[in-house]
Write a protein that binds this ligand. Sequence first.
Ligand code: ASP
Length: 353
Amino acid sequence: MGKLIISLNTHCCILIMLSLIVISSPTTHSRQQRSGPSVRLAIHGGAGTILKANMTPELEMQYRDKLSEALLAGYDVLKKDGSSLDAVETTIKILEDSPLFNAGKGAVFTHDGTNELDAAIMDGKTLKAGAVAGVKHIKNPISLARMVMEHSPHVLLVGEGAEVFARERGMHFVPQEYFYTERRWKQLQQAKEEETRTKDSLEQQKKALSDSTEKKHGTVGCVALDRMGNLASGTSTGGTTNKRFGRVGDSPIIGAGTYANNHTCAVSATGTGEYFIRSVVAHDISAMMEYGGMSVGQASETVVMKKLPEIGGDGGVIAIDKDGNIAISFNTPGMYRAYIDDDGKPVVKIYKE
Ligand code: ASP
């Protein structure tokens, strides 16, 4: 009898403990609290002078197909309760493997005819971040950025040091020839011709840098919100055509081209990196939300349409706030972009609409 009482008591205790765990679990709580589609994702494939007049229907279809493929792959991760970090990495790897975008396979050339790649990823829950710059033989720089975040005490590794770390971690290496595409090579030759014409003045060189970015868009980025309410962002790029070797843009600079914070938003930027670094674009958007009480839309518009143009910066951002609101702002004629809308449907856009 005594045994039975003890076992009943134990049983009751276990039941009470289990129900307490369920009630206090942040997972369950956040799932019940969130309304509407509980996971969100937005991507970009670069901003610039993207005009329908310069596009063939076939090329436009290729861009749309690849953007949808990447978007849906990331969305699938989120729908299966995967993390926002996994969604960001999955999405960006698909874009890096395509020759269409200026990241991974389709990276632009430096003045010296090499390819130097930059990437960053950030976890909005922990504010941990990882980034690499100037890597030359890494097939998927976004995955190396994630390894820096998860398997090193550092945030940013550059050049040879980043590649030695990559080798230790068993990353996939490719020869420089892997990044050769005729289209990017021709763009380099054009940029060099323009440069010879404008060689004398620093102001003209700055303008040429801006013009070349404007025409030769293609950096890729992704922001995601997962079922647990965690935000993440990532950006990957070959930088700007005809850049000096050793030049690093905004994409791997945390707070400039990439930023995520569960209290505010996740941001990924694209445009002439020098201006985005000087304007600390991604963190500025988060800070305006945190300290100024702005919405993600207001903050993004203020930075992209007001603050950046004041110093001559061109480009755009994608952002998601902690409640799943998506903001996409750009001050260029077009931006490759795609997102999952309020009804969970994929939307792909290229031009100003
Ligand atoms: N932001 C990139 C960089 O400056 C280029 C781009 O987004 O087109 O490296």
